[in-house]
Design a protein around this ligand. Structure first.
Ligand SMILES: NC(=O)c1ccc[n+]([C@@H]2O[C@H](COP(=O)([O-])OP(=O)(O)OC[C@H]3O[C@@H](n4cnc5c(N)ncnc54)[C@H](OP(=O)(O)O)[C@@H]3O)[C@@H](O)[C@H]2O)c1
Length: 257
């Protein structure tokens, strides 16, 4: 589907959106959805072939996109991604800080390695922190903006055997709500999305492809789709959410109800 100039179908016309972790799953779907809504998109992740294929797909639908090989644990690479938004498209309006990993999977505390705990915190927490540090000045320069960080239902409630991931997502929640208060006066909104189980490669890896491990706790009795999450990202990025900040928006089939 190509985008139009209609404010109903293209509410992000003229906006520039940055997405981390755009090469698969939720980030990939969000990049396509934001482009369809009219935004020029700047995609960062580590896998270059997947990034190039996504840019091709978005451009084939008459939208604008660039990909930059980016590891969110390296602050300089994240800064370069933000600079690319400014130099290629004139500024930064929307940032979807979504890159994340599940780590070593389900483990009791005593079997958890320090290496795994640090790795999960490095990507899931410091990746978001690095991103916001680079994005906020660019948005202040622009006169405002919207930041959406990917948390999880595991950022709102403990899950035994998954403590490194849970800790990293609680950290994202605390960071997001604090920065939301700091930057509201600069016209920048900061929210998180908190997905329940969503059918992606990450969920396959975390469950050994047996999604029922998690979906049995979901009243809707299924995993969500990446498009169902991307729709929420689009809403939060738009002016329809103009008075929504410091919020964690669950998309979880009722799991946390
Ligand atoms: N699926 C779920 O059930 C679920 C539920 C709640 C929350 N989430 C969260 O949703 C987000 C997206 O996950 P997903 O389910 O869509 O998984 P996914 O398909 O595995 O996608 C993860 C993305 O993050 C990128 N990434 C990983 N490490 C990175 C790094 N160091 N630097 C830059 N990019 C990196 C990956 O790209 P490269 O490999 O190319 O770098 C990929 O594009 C994550 O934050 C995850 O914690 C997922």
């Amino acid at each position: 589907m190509t985008h139009s100039n209609d404010p109903q179908t293209a509410p992000l016309q003229g906006k520039v959106a940055l997405i981390t972790g755009g090469t698969s799953g939720i980030g990939r779907a969000a990049a396509i959805t934001l482009a369809q809504a009219g935004a020029s998109v700047v995609i960062g992740a580590r896998r270059e072939a997947e990034g190039a294929a996504l840019v091709e797909e978005i451009e084939a639908a008459d939208s604008r996109a660039i990909f930059l090989k980016t590891d969110v644990t390296h602050a300089a690479e994240v800064s370069a991604l933000v600079q690319a938004a400014v130099s290629e498209f004139g500024g930064l309006d929307i940032a979807f800080n979504n890159a994340g990993i599940e780590g070593a999977g389900l483990l009791p505390l005593v079997d958890e390695s320090e290496e795994n705990m640090r790795n999960v915190m490095e990507v899931n927490f410091f990746g978001v922190w690095n991103s916001m540090k680079a994005e906020v000045p660019a948005m202040v320069e622009r006169g405002g903006g919207v930041i959406i960080n990917t948390s999880s239902v595991a950022g709102l409630k403990g899950f035994g055997m998954f403590s490194s991931y849970v800790a990293s997502k609680f950290a994202v929640e605390g960071l997001s709500r604090s920065i939301a208060q700091e930057v509201a006066g600069a016209g920048i909104r900061v929210n998180t999305i908190a997905p329940g189980p969503i059918a992606t490669a990450l969920l396959d890896r975390a469950t050994g492809s047996d999604h029922s491990m998690f979906t049995q706790h979901v009243p809707m009795q299924r995993a969500g789709t990446t498009d169902e999450v991307a729709g929420l990202v689009r809403f939060l990025a738009s002016d329809e959410a103009a008075y929504v900040t410091g919020h964690a928006l669950r998309v979880d089939g009722g799991m946390m109800s």
